[in-house]
Ligand binder design. Structure first.
Ligand code: UT7
Length: 326
């Protein structure tokens, strides 16, 4: 049976590091509060001129190079982002142009922090159906540009970055074993950006009311996240007759260390089997899982034949998981 397999990973993080200590000078916060409540100590910030497609381009170049592929080998580009270069065209099409991907089709996905896994889900289906042969999936975010730097409840959380993978078909006993994507729109207002769309188009008033920034009910989101992520992991493992102890690695979306620890604790997965990089990058939304996956792959934390589990939770609300035999 044909499955899809991740054959290459890559990531790009902007150079500029913004530390908790710098944030202490910008809003009423402290390194201690941020570290204790979130696990974040620093994050990367894009330059004024960098947009989502620029970060995506850097991550894509590395991913193609590691796969020893040219852009003509890619027939589909899926970009997951909530901070696209502009409302339209898609950031996928802008990235297609930058990469010179003449033989590919490109589009975007908006599923907030679950966006990369939504992209992987679509790619997996298209590969298994035989409709596409080699797909580039990129999670890219420049959240610093939709962050309200006067709001201490959100500005300490986010960072910029991009991660990418390439998937292709395989008949080997490895690859993406199973995936789930889910959403519950009844809680959309827990995490959103009200301005800039057709509900509240950009105007002097929308800017004055600070509508073009992320609004988050963090504490409510936290509770739903912990509950949902545990159920999500249990479900995908049960459906595949696997126990948490059989997982070599859990690669969660990097929103909050306490959420990651709570999920791992409830499942009895030791933290040395969990990838954590939010201390260095903060929450990079759709980019967080491909960045973490790339780090894990590059640092030798994943070996052939390992079972690894990716899981995400975010605005929408959306959540998703992927069980992979590497
Ligand atoms: O990626 C998509 C999914 N995102 C998530 O899942 C995020 C989930 N939520 C969280 O990670 C956490 O809820 C936060 C890190 C956002 C907040 O942590 P919390 O423990 O839930 O804090 P809280 O919102 O209940 O606030 C506790 C206190 C409040 O003060 P009072 O009302 O108790 O006096 C806040 O005003 O902490 C205050 N506070 C801060 N203090 C210093 C909020 N932000 C800050 C801050 N520095 N940056």
């Amino acid at each position: 049976m044909i499955k899809s397999r991740i054959i290459s990973t890559g990531s790009y993080l902007p150079e500029r590091v913004l530390t908790n200590f710098e944030l202490e000078k910008m809003v009423d916060t402290s390194d201690e509060w941020i570290t204790e409540r979130t696990g974040i100590t620093e994050r990367r910030i894009a330059t004024e001129n960098q947009a989502a497609s620029d970060l995506a381009y850097e991550a894509s170049k590395v991913t193609l190079k590691r796969a020893a592929l040219g852009i003509e080998d890619i027939d589909l580009i899926i970009v997951a982002t909530v901070t696209g270069d502009m409302p339209f065209p898609s950031t996928g099409c802008i990235l297609q142009d930058k990469l010179g991907a003449k033989y590919a089709t490109a589009f975007d996905i908006n599923a907030a922090c679950s966006g990369f896994l939504y992209g992987l889900y679509i790619a997996d289906g298209l590969i298994r159906s035989g409709m596409h042969k080699r797909i580039l999936i990129v999670g890219t975010e420049v959240l610093s540009k939709i962050t309200d730097w006067k709001d201490r409840t959100t500005c300490v959380l986010f960072g910029d970055g991009a991660g990418a993978v390439i998937v292709e078909p395989t008949e080997e006993d490895r690859g993406i074993i199973s995936m789930y994507i889910n959403s519950d729109g009844s809680m959309w207002d827990l995490l959103h950006m009200p301005g800039g769309g057709s509900r509240n188009p950009a105007s002097r008033d929308s800017v004055d009311k600070r509508l073009h920034y992320v609004k988050m009910k963090g504490n409510e989101l936290f509770k739903v996240a912990v509950r949902t992520l545990e159920d999500l992991v249990v479900k995908i493992l049960n459906e595949n007759n696997l126990k948490p102890s059989q997982l070599s690695l859990l690669i969660p979306h990097q929103a909050n260390l306490r959420i990651i620890q709570a999920t791992a604790d409830r499942l009895g997965i030791p933290m040395n089997k969990v990838i954590v990089n939010l201390d260095r990058y903060g929450n990079t939304s759709a980019a967080s899982i491909p960045i973490a996956l790339d780090e894990a792959a590059r640092t030798g934390r994943i070996r052939d034949g390992d079972y690894i589990l990716l899981e995400a939770f975010g605005g929408g609300l959306t959540w998703a998981s992927a069980l992979i035999k590497w």
